[in-house]
Design a protein around this ligand. Sequence first.
Ligand SMILES: Cc1cc2nc3c(=O)[nH]c(=O)nc-3n(C[C@H](O)[C@H](O)[C@H](O)COP(=O)(O)OP(=O)(O)OC[C@H]3O[C@@H](n4cnc5c(N)ncnc54)[C@H](O)[C@@H]3O)c2cc1C
Length: 583
Amino acid sequence: MPIEIKVPSLGESVTTATVGKWLKQPGDAVKADEPIVELETDKVSVEVPAPADGRLESHAVAEGDEVDVGAVLATLEKGAAGNAASAKPAPAKSAAKSDAKSAEAPKQAPKAAAPAADAPTQTDYDVIVIGAGPGGYVGAIRAAQLGFKVACVEKRATLGGTCLNVGCIPSKALLQSSENFHAAGHDFAAHGVVIDSVKLDLAKMQARKADIVGANVKGVEYLFKKNGITWLKGHGKVEGTGRITVDGKPVTAKHIIVASGSDSANLPGIEIDEKVIVTSTGALELSSVPKRLVVIGGGVIGLELGSVWSRLGADVTVVEFLDRLVPGTDNEVATQFQKLLVKQGFKMKLGHKVTKAEKTKSGVVLTVEPSAGGQAETLEADVVLVAVGRTAASKNMGLEEAGIELDKRGRIVVDAHYATNVPGIYAIGDVIAGPMLAHKAEEEGVALAELLAGQAGHVNYDAIPGVIYTWPEVASVGFTEEQLKEKGTEYKIGKFPFMANGRARALGMTDGFVKVLACKKTDRVLGVHIIGPCAGELIAEATMAIEFGASAEDIGRVCHAHPTLSEAVKEAALGADGRSLNI
Ligand SMILES: Cc1cc2nc3c(=O)[nH]c(=O)nc-3n(C[C@H](O)[C@H](O)[C@H](O)COP(=O)(O)OP(=O)(O)OC[C@H]3O[C@@H](n4cnc5c(N)ncnc54)[C@H](O)[C@@H]3O)c2cc1C
């Protein structure tokens, strides 16, 4: 007699849910408590477990169906043998919800090979992490907190990876200094603060940045000592299950985590010298302000570093292949962002590609032509910044030789638990699929350490904020309008301009707006997009709302301090219901 598996009680006042992904198919063998289907409500996302061992007989509903609490989801033949081969691997208990964004997140399930015959029986460490960037060092700390004996291999002279050494931290230090310089020269007078002449001491600005980087990387060294983590200095190479070498010397561990990060991408035929034709690393180290800076690539890194040098006096031209900036960002925000950057003096050459870069005595001559084909032209620059993205750092570390599967873009293929196809070897951060962001890498490091300890580590890929630290800042979390249209989700919009926010007026920073996208049916917050002052801080509230499955009304009912910029978030949330108060 088959048992009916029904929609469980989902909490007070929740009466319906939407059927998410089926994790088990008819005919599959299931074990008691094994998740069989995902259910979504406007508050929570849950997995429904099998009530007993047996064979799943049939699905009573389809993915996307709306179901009432108590409705039959599936039938199970208790104790019957099922088809083990067709069983899909169950994801982590609270693994990422499935959607367009998660499609970018690690989800492929490579077939695990049998453990290698020569896998070590006794190991030097429980966990070895290769790479001490935010993914690797944070994962190492969490693993140590959970009681593992941990080592971290890093070939750089300092810990902290791209982020602390040549990425997030130095770029934000220069963005702050250059913003201060620009404000002193252009904005202070409006406050009645008169400075006769503002002078730039670039050497001091760069020294300050170096000090900040130094303090941060030393901080990670301290954290390693505090948590008993061994830093194995040198180049790590994977040899197989349980085995790596560091500069040729063998070391063993039960679990190996590859967190080797990413490197700047380049264009064919362009020779980077990090002096005149630079990547982001060289652009952080310029010892004089270039008169003319051409940035190839209108993405986050190009616009942030372009902003630094523009504020310090460079004439900046952005050449972008697409006909818009920052692809993936909500269109309305990107359009406003472009207008504001142009107002600041940026020149935009959108829909163009660079086909040649020739160094001359005085700089570089770039050949540029329309992306769709057409008349070529030349652009002269003193410095060219190539900011066309980053590629996974997966070469020269024995991955292919060890049989580890890589995708077409050189990223390590992992399943929902960050496992590669070789037993005992895992990967996280920029070297796997998903947004190349420090906090995404960190979350994965923590989740993996917890999974290795038998806990329910998870990353919600729907709630990973992205921030562009320009002026104004741009920050977003969740879906854009374009993504919701593509998914066919009906949504409503609440928008509130900073011009109508008292604190923004007092600060003299009224450019931009907050835009809240909420589900038309349930009011659940689906995406928040902010362009304006401190957007990078304001987005935390929106991320929390999405993580907790809040409705726009929930945000609108929370008391926000006055006068603060965060009131603009509340007002935009109220606006989703047509009831903003101050506009
Ligand atoms: C200019 C710039 C600005 C950025 N700004 C931001 C920002 O504001 N916010 C944000 O979220 N992200 C930002 N990023 C992206 C961020 O830096 C990365 O997403 C993040 O560092 C990825 O972390 P990770 O741990 O995966 O790898 P990484 O930080 O790249 O670290 C990998 C480490 O592994 C080491 N390694 C690699 N191979 C080996 C080997 N075989 N043996 C030993 N060691 C090895 C490398 O030396 C490196 O130290 C920025 C990046 C750049 C370039």
